[in-house]
Design a protein around this ligand. Structure first.
Ligand SMILES: C[S@@+](CC[C@H](N)C(=O)[O-])C[C@H]1O[C@@H](n2cnc3c(N)ncnc32)[C@H](O)[C@@H]1O
Length: 237
């Protein structure tokens, strides 16, 4: 009985993942979170709006991986800033998109595109303390949901630090599921979690809800009864 309880406990309490875990996921090519196509919501809510803006916009990708959404933003001539702990993820982004880069050392390694306005910091987002230019947009896809539950407030605080009140538009893709068989990452982030994290300092608008069950199963080879993505627009007051 005790053993059964222990097993159930193990299934329900996600193990805390550190940067070594993420680096080894990259080294072992376990990157089921990566998508080959631009995220349709990024296209709809960010790209389509910035495409006609003449003034160069800066878009922050926390826990960026090598997402192709960054390349799509660069192709529309806007500025991209990423923060990623896995060197392999960063270098793959530059190599796979044929973007030449330099590396500067400034508290952490800073990868800078030569012909494209892209900067990716090789750092831990939770302790990242560099000053950035004004950020117009933040695209958080598979980022907050990848963070350990115990690190959520620290993650939120660093996002808030990088947001200009009344200006920066944070689009947060929250993965929602209720399935004891599935432990994160991705961790489920309910609408109530979003309100509890951001409600006292920000306005929050639920923009869309998508059923992503089939997409998750196909890409992660893990099972889930029902998974939804809730897209929130969050603006600091
Ligand atoms: C689930 S993936 C999502 C990547 C990307 N946002 C996407 O949509 O493809 C999470 C990424 O965050 C990185 N990561 C995890 N914890 C981090 C941390 N504390 N600081 C910086 N990067 C981190 C991992 O290496 C991984 O590339």
């Amino acid at each position: 009985m005790t053993e059964l309880n222990d097993q159930a406990q193990q299934q329900q309490t996600p193990e805390k993942k550190d940067l070594t875990y993420w680096n080894s996921q990259w080294c072992n090519n376990k990157i089921g979170f990566h998508r080959l196509a631009v995220n349709p919501d990024f296209e709809k809510y960010v790209l389509s709006k910035i495409i006609s803006v003449e003034q160069q916009q800066s878009i922050l990708f926390p826990l960026s991986g090598k997402t192709v959404d960054m390349k799509a933003a660069l192709d529309s001539k806007h500025q991209v800033i990423g923060i990623e702990c896995a060197q392999l993820g960063i270098e793959s982004f530059f190599q796979e998109n044929n973007i030449k880069y330099n590396i500067e050392n400034n508290e952490c390694q800073v990868y800078k595109g030569i012909d494209y306005p892209v900067t990716i910091f090789h750092d831990n987002f939770l302790t990242f303390n560099q000053t950035l230019p004004t950020i117009d947009w933040i695209w958080d896809r598979a980022a907050l949901v990848a963070v350990n539950l115990s690190d959520r407030e620290q993650y939120r605080d660093n996002l808030l630090r990088l947001m200009t009140p009344g200006h920066t538009r944070l689009y947060l893709v929250a993965v929602c599921y209720d399935d004891p068989e599935l432990t994160g990452p991705p961790h489920s982030v309910s609408d109530e979690d979003v309100i509890s994290l951001f409600g006292s300092t920000c306005s929050i608008e639920l923009i869309s809800v998508n059923d992503t069950t089939a997409d998750f199963i196909a890409n992660s080879h893990r099972n889930v009864r029902l998974m939804e993505e809730h897209l929130h627009l969050i603006i600091r007051k």
